[in-house]
Design a binder for this molecule. Structure first.
Ligand code: ZN
Ligand code: ZN
Length: 362
């Protein structure tokens, strides 16, 4: 808001416990543009109390099993309409569900679980996120023209989404059999006939891989698929969690335990190890591949990453979209124009028919 005079305050005149505006005692929120606190009412900008910033230290995986500190100062709210669970630090704000837009949210007795070690603060503001969401629609080829022209970013909310990231060193011993295709020729009545054959060979050895900050989604409010589309999040630069970051935002609770996320992460690592092994060989068929992997120096971080959630409305239906609050990447579903899909299928079919006819003619 350009009309409001922005005053700069320093630490001395700030109420540390509530982070109220030192000028008018109004409610403040974390402002992505200045990376400082900003008053909702008078626009004053001020530093968070105690401003030194610490980077998050990764913890040994064994601590995850024994449980870290509990996040007891935060409260969990549940949406009665869509079931999404959210953590809200600031009780003065009007509560609207970030996922479905209704005001049907109620406080629960639940605890939010593990306290996040770190947070990647919002870097782009809400206005910019809305613009990016509109730009995203314009690039969607199959979206109906009417929708592209009228799409609005509605009910836009900044949400901190919980993720676990894992590091590990791995050594894998593997054994297997691969095959490479080749072609031999024989002549029958003067005509050359090609035969495809496969030469099989055995492989074996060791493969070392190091993984750094592999991310696993811990909340079911946003799917892993969407998170992958929004990546990367600069999790390596996450800073120590402080409740002030949540002012003006909400956070999703995790509903996947750390141990389950580690299991999922191990599967991801194993997939990548297999790909790295196979990349070393020139082959066409995989007959068998047995891999034994030892993990060492496993560490984890439990952190919050910034995502804007909003929706478009088209023909009375809501379409959720998500914007990475750090790099501005957008993911989400948009309505599909049946006419455009029909014409694409038609054109593809015509091309196939043309090729078949061409084959006959030759
Ligand atoms: Zn103020
Ligand atoms: Zn809801």
């Amino acid at each position: 808001m350009a009309t409001i005079e922005e005053k700069i305050y320093n630490e001395d005149n700030i109420d540390v416990t509530t982070c109220k505006c030192p000028n008018c005692k109004g409610t403040s929120y974390f402002d992505p543009k200045t990376q400082k606190m900003k008053c909702e009412y008078c626009g004053s900008i001020f530093d968070m109390p105690k401003t030194e910033v610490n980077f998050v230290i990764e913890r040994n995986l064994s601590e995850l099993i024994s449980r870290g500190s509990v996040w007891n100062e935060a409260e969990v709210y549940r949406c009665e309409s869509c079931g999404a669970k959210q953590i809200i630090e600031n009780q003065n704000v009007a509560h609207v569900c970030a996922f479905c837009g209704t005001k049907n949210i109620v406080k629960t007795e639940e605890l939010p679980g593990l306290k996040p070690q770190g947070v990647v603060p919002f870097k782009i503001d809400k206005e910019k996120a809305g613009q990016l969401a509109i730009k995203y629609v314009k690039k969607k080829f199959y979206a109906p023209k009417k929708f592209k022209q009228s799409a609005k970013a509605e009910n836009l909310h900044g949400i901190y989404n919980p993720v676990f990231t894992f590091d590990a060193y791995t050594t894998s011993f593997y054994k297997g059999q691969l095959g490479k295709n080749y072609v031999t020729y024989r002549y029958v009545d003067g005509r050359r006939i090609a035969d495809q054959r496969t030469r099989y060979f055995y492989i074996g050895g060791t493969q070392d891989e190091h993984f750094d900050d592999l991310l696993v989604q811990a909340s079911s409010n946003i799917s892993m698929d969407v998170i992958r589309q929004l990546e990367p999040f600069p999790t390596g630069n996450a800073i120590e969690y402080r409740p002030e970051y949540l002012l003006g935002y909400s956070a999703s609770t995790y509903n996947k335990e750390g141990e389950d996320c580690w299991q999922e992460c191990q599967r991801l690592m194993k997939e990548r190890i297999e790909r790295a092994i196979l990349k070393k060989y020139d082959y066409d068929v995989k007959v068998s591949l047995n891999i034994q992997t030892n993990f060492s120096n496993q560490t984890y971080k439990y952190i919050l990453v910034p995502i804007y959630v909003g929706h478009y409305t088209y023909k009375n239906k809501l379409y959720n979209f998500f914007v990475n609050g750090f790099n501005g990447r957008v993911a989400g579903k948009t309505p599909v124009s049946r006419g455009k899909v029909f014409f694409t299928v038609l054109i593809v079919l015509l091309i196939i028919v043309a090729f078949v006819l061409l084959g006959y003619l030759l």
